[in-house]
Ligand binder design. Structure first.
Ligand SMILES: NC(=O)C1=CN([C@@H]2O[C@H](COP(=O)(O)OP(=O)(O)OC[C@H]3O[C@@H](n4cnc5c(N)ncnc54)[C@H](OP(=O)(O)O)[C@@H]3O)[C@@H](O)[C@H]2O)[C@@H](O)CC1
Ligand SMILES: [K+]
Length: 449
């Protein structure tokens, strides 16, 4: 049972191709069932287990696990309505010698294992199946989904049928988009990968812990990275971004706008058209608090024309022409509304849509949300798993933009810089707990660094 950080994310088609490359499918199901049995056995302790089996190979995994766990001394019952249809599942069912109860009348057990549907779901669950799943899940003290919670669409994280909320989902071989994308991801609970000997690769990964450059004895403020934050109508937002850049590790942060006061380490200067004419600037952050008043378009044009690496956020995203050529390395940080404004109606999953947008804009895109997706123009994608719901507060986006500026200025390539900023932001939110404010979040960046 491995945490998912850093794992490739495989769609149904990619998973099938990986399985096919592995040879004997029966061996694979036996290995999957054995891995499930070991994991569920460990999670169950000595408690009784009820396994719900569907008609496909997800159900097949359930029958294999039931047989192996019974042999290992666990108290296991099986419930199913549909006869198995795939050859592998038929064989697995045949080798389960215990009774199979109807789903509708099965009594609950402390440990519920959902092996109804996995990657093969093609439509909503029948009402009676969904009702039985919810009834038995509600009565269980631990809910475990095999591969996926039954009812979610593997490749885009939508929920043709809303499954119960599981405590643990055991992803076979690799995480799938539904383990990360909302609303499905929420229902999966903690996701752990079971290694079943299928080698998996891909260009979309779960965001992994970043490798961050630390200062050394030879470091000075410019070598750690100089970030210029372009202010505008709302000083507070740009100041938050500035503070976040400092807390994320930038050596020198220049705030270009109105406003006074602490922190005293922040260098303040009025905006002027030549304010960015400093070759020591490593990254420019523009958008937080920029507003939409007169002159904001000119500030954005100056920032883009400066040639410095850019983080474009907030109001600047409303002014940006994504199709206009830019020479500078750029990170765009839209939330869903800004993404729709920039790129129009999304096609496919959030992963697909963000990847296409990154190609089109020739920029790294941080498509924010409870399931932040980061995409690079070359097709690489990283998806952040499980961020705090308390990040839904004013100013938290400004903090992310500032952190991204610091990572760029520190010399990380843009895709890595964006990923590092998202990671730090998420970790800072975790440190802050509940009901925090954006200022707390910025402050916590120092702790998570
Ligand atoms: N990854 C790996 O390496 C390995 C993966 N393995 C496992 O295989 C799983 C994928 O198996 P799978 O393709 O058989 O799909 P699965 O989800 O079991 O169900 C498909 C069946 O359900 C049916 N059906 C669909 N929707 C329905 C609905 N709403 N209501 C009713 N019926 C519905 C559909 O028939 P249909 O009616 O659509 O023709 C079909 O009969 C995967 O998640 C993992 O657990 C391991 O065994 C081996 C290694
Ligand atoms: K399942």
């Amino acid at each position: 049972m491995t945490p998912i950080d850093g794992y490739p994310i495989l769609t149904t088609a990619a998973m099938r191709a990986a399985e096919e490359a592995c040879g004997d499918p029966a061996m694979l199901m036996e290995r999957a069932g054995a891995a499930v049995a070991a994991a569920v056995g460990r999670l169950a302790g000595g408690s009784a287990i009820l396994i719900l089996c569907g008609p496909g190979n997800n159900g097949g995994d359930g029958y294999v696990a039931a047989r192996l766990m019974t042999a290992a001394g666990h108290a296991v019952r099986v419930a199913a309505d549909d006869e198995p249809r795939s050859a592998l599942a038929i064989d697995a069912r045949r080798r389960w010698t215990g009774p199979v109860e109807p789903l509708g009348t099965a009594l609950p057990a402390p440990i519920l294992v959902d092996a109804l549907f996995g990657t093969g779901l093609t439509r909503p669950l029948e009402n009676r199946t969904a009702a039985a799943l919810h009834r038995l899940a509600d009565a269980a003290s631990l809910r475990i989904a095999i591969d996926l919670p039954s009812g979610v669409a593997t490749d885009d994280g939508t929920v043709p049928t809303m499954p119960p909320r599981f405590d643990v989902t055991l992803a076979l071989a690799a995480p799938k988009p539904a383990h990360l994308l909302q609303p499905a991801a929420r229902q999966a609970g903690r996701v752990r990968v079971l290694d079943i000997g299928v080698p998996v690769t891909g260009d979309a990964h779960v965001l992994a812990r970043p490798v961050l450059p630390d200062p050394g004895p030879e470091s000075h403020k410019y070598s750690r990275g100089m970030v210029a934050v372009v202010g505008g109508d709302m000083a507070g937002a740009a100041e938050l971004a500035s503070l976040a850049a400092m807390r994320a590790g930038a050596g020198y942060v220049l705030y270009l706008g109105e406003g006074q006061g602490p922190p005293h380490g922040l260098v303040r200067r009025r905006w002027s058209p030549d304010a960015l004419d400093d070759p020591r600037i490593g990254a420019v952050v523009i958008g937080p608090g920029l507003g939409r008043g007169d002159g904001t378009g000119a500030r954005l044009a100056t920032a883009i024309g400066s040639g410095h690496e850019l983080v474009i956020d907030g109001d600047a995203l409303r002014l940006l022409d994504v199709d206009a050529p830019r020479t500078a390395t750029t990170i765009l940080t839209p939330h869903a509304g800004e993404f729709a404004h920039l790129f129009g109606k999304a096609w496919g999953s959030k992963i697909d849509a963000t990847r296409m947008a990154a190609r089109r804009a020739d920029a790294v895109i941080v498509h924010k949300g409870a399931d932040t997706v980061i995409a690079a123009p070359d097709g690489r994608v990283a998806v952040s798993a499980g961020s705090s719901d308390w990040l839904s507060a004013a100013g938290t986006g400004d903090v992310l933009a500032g952190a991204a500026g610091a990572m760029l200025a520190a010399g990380l390539p843009p895709f890595e810089a964006a990923g590092a900023a998202v990671w730090l932001h998420r970790a800072a939110a975790a440190v802050c707990g509940r009901s925090f404010i954006a200022d707390d979040l910025a402050a916590a960046l120092s702790r998570v660094r």
